[in-house]
Design a protein around this ligand. Structure first.
Ligand code: CTP
Length: 404
């Protein structure tokens, strides 16, 4: 039995697909899972707690303010006494509540209080699924680390409309559960530090020197390492994207602050320096806004070199076992990458061509070459998430199994 003893908290929300949850409970239990059901009020309009209770052969939780339920386990324990929270069907309404952290009934409260992996199987009318608000909520949930199975294309039970919105089949949901729970965690017990985004070097209180880095690649790498089980500290310069799920994110502005935060995170097993650190800072940034003086020349900006964080880490007494740097180049990508590997004391340089015509800086795709002492490996054009996923796996292979 593939799910032998696995404890699944199944949240059934209100939708016609709730009838499929009965079959889902049966399929999960066939594989040895223990299913504890929670039903929203709307779900009880579609299937009865009696039927759900009979199939799961246990108590069905329905009320947040029920003395009986609270005495039984209490909603906080309910949220955590499981290996996985599965929401099937997940309605547009429940997804919206989850995305906004609302907790006004038992299901939404349990979801907010849970620290377990969450898998949702959305089911709704195709227009509701395609609605901008639902797609926005979906993106938020994915960024929060929620896994999603379906929905499928099909004819809606109630309206006969076709389109995306039908709940995934129970067996597909079971497969998604198995997949999620059997995900290897080759970096469990390992510590990683990742830098991401640009740095801002102040000129005066209102002006700064910056660059075009969005932080997308660094943030994706931090999230991918965390998914493989690493304990990740992300030191991020100023970016407009959200903190990734499952990662300890520290926000800094200047290169010197970034260096200090990285050093404070040592010892670590893995360092991945993705930030586009400004090479220079303004020697004495003004405490007051610099004013234009009529008839005078613009003020000269005297620059000093910033600390090279990658180089510092690559040569540090507490050097991590694996040090990875990036190389943003506009020409001679391989040659420059190889020189950087040597100069910075890195084990790997991920080199990319950031000339404006590639659209990499700020874009969603990346095309990289891995340069190490043993050679060069060119990867195809991939999304930044795919690059992150592959790089995290590459790192896991290099660093080997559990920590000695
Ligand atoms: N890096 C760093 N600290 C700096 C500059 C760069 O940690 N002050 C890191 C980056 O995070 C990246 C790598 O060094 O991992 C290479 O960055 P890049 O900007 O390509 O190289 P530079 O060192 O700035 O070299 P050059 O200006 O010659 O391209």
């Amino acid at each position: 039995m593939t799910l032998d003893g696995t404890r699944i908290l199944l949240i059934i929300a209100g939708g016609i697909a709730a009838y499929k949850s009965l079959d889902l409970i049966r399929r999960l239990r066939e594989r040895g899972a223990v299913v504890r059901p929670v039903m929203t009020r709307a779900a009880q309009e579609f299937v009865t707690p009696l039927a759900v209770g009979a199939l799961s052969s246990g108590h069905v939780y329905t009320e947040l303010f029920s003395r009986e339920d609270e005495q039984d386990v209490g909603h906080i324990r309910l949220a955590r006494d499981c290996d996985l929270v599965l929401v099937a069907p997940a309605t547009a309404d429940l997804m919206a509540k989850m995305a906004h952290g609302m907790a006004d009934d038992l299901a939404s409260t349990v979801l907010l209080a849970s620290d377990r992996p969450i898998l949702i199987a959305p089911a709704m009318n195709p227009k509701m699924w395609a609605a901008a608000a639902t797609q926005r909520n979906l993106a938020v949930l994915k960024n929060d680390g929620v896994d999603v199975v379906g929905p499928l294309e099909g004819e809606m039970a109630e309206s006969g409309e076709r389109g995306l919105g039908r709940m995934a089949e129970p067996l597909d949901i079971v497969a998604a559960v198995e997949n999620l729970l059997s995900r290897p965690k080759p970096l469990a017990g390992r510590k990683a530090v990742v830098t991401s985004g640009p740095t801002h070097e102040p000129i005066d209180p209102v002006r700064y020197i910056a660059n075009r880095s969005s932080g997308k690649q660094g943030h994706a790498i931090a999230a991918a390492l965390a998914r493989l089980g690493a304990d990740v500290t992300l030191v991020s310069g100023p970016v407009s994207i959200p903190d990734p799920a499952g990662v300890n994110t520290q926000h800094v502005e200047r290169a010197e602050e970034m260096r200090d935060a990285v050093i404070a995170s040592l010892p670590a097993d893995i360092a991945v320096m993705v930030a586009a650190v400004a090479d220079w800072r303004v020697v004495s940034s003004s405490g007051q806004k610099i004013k234009k003086q009529p008839g005078e020349a613009p003020p000269p900006l005297q620059l000093a070199e910033n600390p090279d964080i990658l180089k510092t880490i690559g040569h540090h007494a507490q050097r991590p076992q694996l040090v990875v740097g990036f190389a943003a180049e506009t020409q001679n990508v391989e040659e420059n990458g190889r020189a950087k590997l040597e100069r910075k004391g890195a084990d790997l340089i991920v080199a990319n061509d950031v000339s404006p015509e590639t659209g990499i800086m700020g874009g969603d795709r990346n095309s990289v070459r891995l340069i190490s002492k043993t050679g060069v490996e060119a990867w195809p054009d991939l999304s930044k998430d795919e690059v992150a996923e592959r790089l995290a796996l590459w790192i896991a292979t290099q660093i080997g199994g559990a920590k000695p």
